[in-house]
Design a protein around this ligand. Structure first.
Ligand code: CP3
Length: 351
């Protein structure tokens, strides 16, 4: 395992709420279709081939560090490679509404069939990509690994595609909670080993994405999502790697999320980062939370949006600047650079 600290250590320091000169910045879907350099590689390889070819995955992971100047890299992969490794067929077709599972999980026997023991050995390409990306980053900035939260992964497995009304997964939790827990339990076991193996391969921080936590009521969120996030955090082999938990639209449960054992809590733009800091900023760092759609506006509007977030967080340590969700594919690259430069420029005033 590579142990040395990166030259640009702002991101890891901010995760630990240590003193920094300015707020570090990175964002979700950092390597993606808004970048012509990413599209050039995607023209030669489909999305899953890109994920499964460590050399290409490492290359696109590093692109935004060189091109945009972010303070951390996130390994190029997808949360849905986990159910594929557990035995489901995953299909990603061009222009057909994103990834899907043609045979979704709909019965107890579908859940029973999912493999737990061998899942991580099918994900060797992710660990290889992490090792290669670490080499290519050469300790310039830290590398983040990630996984989906069990609830979010299960939503895709049961719905079979990008969920809209969550009819099937919610039917499962309300009509058959025992089976829902059996599925979430299997996923937690796999995600725990998967994240531990990413850290072992060289990931220096870990993010857990709960994109769909916010579609549940507060009690259900605790029972079917947060409980499993908590379990993963308490059993993952961390080796000092900070853990970031991002639950979209879950401002209602901020304190409970901050008590999950996470070092950093990610916020979407619907939560006021100043109020969040008042509530939980004394025991976790905060990540967020500019609305990614602001990046379609003018440089002036982007700069004022960045300033507002910085002002709301206020002076002090423990802030990682991020978008409140993934960057959208058609975002103009110039505006992305304006955003990252604005964080670097204006945040010095807050430290
Ligand atoms: O953030 C990064 O740069 C790392 C790479 C990353 C991807 N997906 C690449 C990707 C990460 C961290 C993810 C996580 C992911 N994947 C989540 C959780 C975070 C979130 O955004 O809410 C979810 C829900 C998924 C599932 C998924 N994968 C969807 C819904 C889609 C379709 C999105 C779209 O806009 O078409 C994907 C495909 C995907 N994953 C793309 C990328 C860059 C687009 C693929 C392409 O090049 O065509």
């Amino acid at each position: 395992m590579i142990q040395s600290e990166p030259a640009n250590n702002l991101f890891l320091k901010a995760c630990r709420r240590e003193e920094v000169d300015r707020t570090p910045v990175w964002f979700m879907r950092q390597a993606g279709r808004y970048l012509p350099e990413y599209r050039a590689i995607r023209a030669k390889a489909d999305f899953l081939t890109l994920c499964k070819t460590p050399d290409l995955a490492a290359e696109v992971t590093v692109q935004p560090v060189d091109l945009i100047g972010v303070d951390a890299a996130i390994i190029f992969s997808d949360i849905l490679v986990v159910p594929e490794a557990m035995g489901m067929q995953l299909v990603v077709e061009e222009g057909k509404g994103g990834p899907r599972f043609p045979s979704p999980v709909r019965s107890k026997s579908d859940i029973d069939k999912l493999s737990v023991q061998n899942a991580c050995s099918s994900l060797g390409y992710v660990f290889d990509a992490i090792r290669l990306a670490r080499k290519r980053l050469n300790n310039k900035v830290p590398l983040i690994g990630f996984a989906g939260a069990p609830w979010t992964i299960a939503s895709y497995m049961v719905e079979g595609r990008n969920p809209r009304d969550f009819r099937h997964i919610k039917e499962l939790i309300y009509s058959n909670p025992h089976e829902a827990h059996a599925l979430l339990d299997k996923l937690s076991t796999v995600v725990t080993s998967y994240l531990s193996a990413q850290i072992e391969a060289g990931a220096q921080a870990i993010q857990i994405f709960d994109t769909w936590g916010g579609v549940l009521g507060q009690e259900e969120f605790e029972e079917f999502s947060l409980r499993y996030i908590h379990r993963i955090i308490s059993s993952v082999k961390r080796n000092n790697a900070p853990i970031i938990v991002f639950c979209k639209n879950c401002g209602h449960s901020l304190e409970k999320i901050a008590n999950s054992g996470a070092d950093v809590v990610g916020l979407d733009w619907t939560t006021d980062i100043g109020k969040a800091r008042e509530m939980v900023g004394s025991f976790v760092a905060l990540q967020g939370n500019l609305d990614p759609t602001i990046l379609f506006s003018t440089p002036e509007r982007i700069e004022s949006g960045v300033k507002t977030v910085l002002k709301k967080f206020g002076k002090g340590n423990g802030h990682i600047f991020n978008l409140g969700h993934g960057i959208l594919p058609e975002t103009p690259v110039e505006n992305v650079k304006t955003f990252v430069n604005a964080v670097k420029k204006f945040s010095t005033a807050f430290h």
